[in-house]
Design a protein around this ligand. Structure first.
Ligand code: ZN
Length: 120
């Protein structure tokens, strides 16, 4: 039995691979994982994003220092066109700006979070 698209997505992440989908018919980049293109109903294939994007919105998650301190959650618009929830690393959360270019920085230790850092 084949896994559903969401399970496939998380099994890619568990192996350290970040994937999104692209429509075989119209080329639309798709995230969150699904069976068919939301735009045209076409079939989808997995692709590896080039790894660049821009912060669309950002939120600071407050956490006590002994729990690791504050961190930043952001919606990132990938160069491919899809938008996804990420965690921004290597920068104080208050310095994350809308429109800031970011680059893929790996999969988080929970293997469910995608990490991005400011583009150097
Ligand atoms: Zn399509």
């Amino acid at each position: 039995m084949e896994q559903g698209p969401e399970a496939q997505y998380f099994s890619f992440l568990a192996r350290g691979n970040h994937r999104i989908q692209r429509c075989d018919a119209c080329g639309e980049a798709v995230f969150y994982p699904r069976l068919y293109c939301p735009k045209c109903g076409g079939g989808l294939s997995w692709i590896t994003p080039v790894g660049t994007g821009v912060v669309y919105s950002a939120t600071t998650v407050r956490r006590k220092p002994e729990q690791g301190g504050d961190y930043s959650i952001a919606l990132v618009d990938l160069t491919e066109g899809a938008r996804l929830m990420t965690r921004i690393v290597d920068i104080p959360s208050e310095d994350v700006r809308i429109g800031m270019p970011v680059r893929f920085a790996g999969v988080g230790p929970d293997t469910r979070t995608v990490l991005y850092r400011p583009e150097a």
